[in-house]
Design a protein. Structure first.
Length: 232
């Protein structure tokens, strides 16, 4: 199968006031279906910028960025929005649940926006099944304010995975969780991704967490300086 992510000589230049910054430098990366890849590196090294480029939230200045078989650099903003809805899941550090919606409604919204053609009942059933996968069958009607941080992140995971995305982008998903809760979320994420053959690019400052991925990348000054098999 072709890789889910394939970049070639990808660069990102941004302006800070009148000062040009070279954020990403000749990034060459391949990630396959079902593969979990962790990216570590100091703050400001370019990790989040890489995530944004892969998600089509920031346009590369040069090079190619192919995600799920699509050269996203050739898509306009409307096409990018449709592409993200159908192919990407995103898991945030700060959860980003809609506070006025229940857990079930937050997850259902992903399918409604994706315009899958499912009926209202089918969407709710799929959302409930996704929440059951993360152990939240008894929290369907709870608002985010009534959930713990770990429960909110599990809702976020169900929301990100309910549409069986080709790629899951996870930005410090355990950053606001205690160690035990974070470990549980990560186990669920890895398990769901591998069962659905979803590629995962995970950003983390936790090297112990990174060691549990299939591969570990190291970002330093905008360059991927290591692409080694974990444990090698």
């Amino acid at each position: 199968m072709p890789p889910v992510i394939e970049t070639k000589d990808t660069n990102l230049h941004l302006m800070s006031g009148k000062v040009p910054l070279h954020i990403l430098k000749d990034i060459n990366l391949r990630v396959n279906a079902g593969e979990v890849v962790a990216t570590v590196g100091p703050s400001g090294s370019g990790k989040t910028s890489l995530l944004m480029v892969l998600g089509g939230l920031e346009r590369a200045s040069s090079g190619t960025v192919v995600v799920a078989g699509q050269d996203i650099s050739k898509l306009d903003e409307d096409q990018l929005a449709i592409f993200r809805r159908k192919n990407l899941g995103i898991l945030f550090q700060n959860f980003h649940l809609i506070p006025s919606l229940t857990a079930l409604e937050n997850v259902s919204l992903t399918l409604e926006i994706a315009e899958t053609g499912q009926s209202f009942r089918q969407i709710r059933e799929a959302a409930a099944a996704a929440l059951a996968e993360v152990g939240l069958s008894d929290r369907l009607d709870h608002l985010p304010s009534a959930l713990s941080g770990g429960e909110q992140q599990r809702v976020g995971l169900a929301r990100a995975m309910v549409n069986s995305p080709r790629l899951l982008l996870a930005d410090e998903p355990t950053g606001n969780l205690d160690q035990d809760t974070g470990a549980r979320v990560i186990e669920l994420m890895f398990d769901m991704a591998r069962r659905q053959s979803t590629a995962v690019l995970l950003i983390t400052h936790d090297r112990a967490l990174a060691e549990r991925a299939d591969r570990r990348l190291v970002m330093n000054h905008g360059q991927l300086t290591s692409d080694a098999k974990v444990g090698a």
